[in-house]
Design a protein. Structure first.
Length: 176
């Protein structure tokens, strides 16, 4: 058995094209938005209300974890991207597969930052630029795609579990 099971959603040419489109669209939107923010080079918080633009370079994992070890974080990001690709390719449900394609695009976007951005190959920082008011950290479109993709996949899985449970016949025990 290979990485892609016979009943995987990606086996459908249409689903495969849509998944590739979602992945590339997320990756492109993430990289273009980061390039635009870097070109604008905002200083401080720019925005109104509860959301603003704040340029942050995160060399660590989520929340700055392991920021002193960028090569380790890059290798971890590479592993996460590979796992996301594997799950997306193995998903049997079209909905789950499309959500995981968004996760894959986001993971690839952040991995691209770590590999190709300053200060150098494999030591780059992710360009986070969306900041929510209060005590929230900064994030980017890749992070949003990852979070909403995982949430969407979980919702689809739970919804399909309930639908299959509801469609199963109920067996009543015979009582004398």
């Amino acid at each position: 058995m290979g990485i892609v099971p016979a009943d995987a959603a990606v086996r459908s040419a249409r689903v495969g094209r849509i998944m590739a489109g979602v992945t590339v669209a997320v990756l492109a939107a993430d990289q273009v938005s980061k390039s635009l923010v870097l070109a604008a080079n905002p200083t401080g918080d720019v925005g109104i209300g509860w959301v603003s633009v704040r340029l942050v370079r995160n060399t660590g994992a989520s929340g700055g974890l392991a920021s002193g070890h960028p090569v380790l974080v890059t290798l971890s990001a590479l592993a996460v991207t590979a796992v996301a690709a594997t799950f997306a390719l193995r998903a049997r449900s079209r909905g789950v597969a499309l959500c995981l394609a968004a996760v894959l695009g986001g993971a690839a976007g952040n991995l691209a930052d770590r590999i190709f951005r300053a200060p150098g190959f494999g030591r780059g920082g992710v360009v986070d630029w969306i900041h929510f008011g209060g005590r929230g950290g900064s994030l980017d479109l890749a992070d949003l795609a990852i979070q909403f993709g995982v949430l969407g996949a979980v919702v689809v899985i739970l919804a399909s579990g309930r639908a299959s449970t509801a469609s199963e016949p109920r067996h009543q025990e015979d009582h004398p």
